[in-house]
Design a protein around this ligand. Structure first.
Ligand code: RTP
Ligand code: MG
Length: 137
């Protein structure tokens, strides 16, 4: 069953010039790009995107990080796209959880600056795609 997921290449990924590398991994996996945009996210959209973390101690820092510069937002499609992209990304902590061979395992060191986001469920994907790409059918 084909599925869509919202992928972000966070500001650290743009700053470190690994956008091409990450998109290449998405394409090599067999997933397709449906929408792709370089943008600096507003505080409002960032708060909406990370609403589930609003009460966490790291929330202020996360907001500052995600709004700190341009990022790449994309809608990615394919069979089991949500799980497939999270497999490519690796675990949230790029050292303790993500293994080598994953995006985070290969290129990141810190839990906050972990390069990518991928929706974690069909409900999250639907909500996040509507938030980032309101015009997309
Ligand atoms: P994401 O939502 O970005 O795809 O990452 P995730 O599901 O693997 O991780 P999640 O628990 O949803 O956390 C969202 C993002 O917040 C930052 N974070 N910082 N300092 C910390 O302890 C901490 N924990 C999480 C990371 O940027 C994480 O990806
Ligand atoms: Mg998450």
């Amino acid at each position: 069953m084909t599925e869509r997921t919202l992928v972000l290449i966070k500001p650290d990924g743009v700053a470190r010039a690994v956008v091409g590398e990450i998109i290449s991994r998405i394409e090599r996996k067999g997933l397709s790009l449906v929408a792709l945009q370089l943008t600096t996210v507003s505080d409002e959209v960032a708060r909406g995107h990370y609403a589930e973390h609003a009460e966490k101690p790291f929330f202020p820092s996360l907001l500052e990080f995600i709004t700190s510069g341009p990022l790449v937002a994309a809608v990615v499609e394919g069979p089991r796209a949500i799980a497939a992209f999270r497999q490519l990304a690796g675990g949230t902590d790029p050292v303790e959880k993500a293994v080598p061979g994953t995006i985070r395992g290969d290129f990141a060191l810190e839990t906050q600056n972990n390069l990518v986001h991928g929706s974690d469920s069909p409900e999250s994907a639907e909500r996040e795609i509507a938030l980032w790409f309101p015009g997309l059918s």
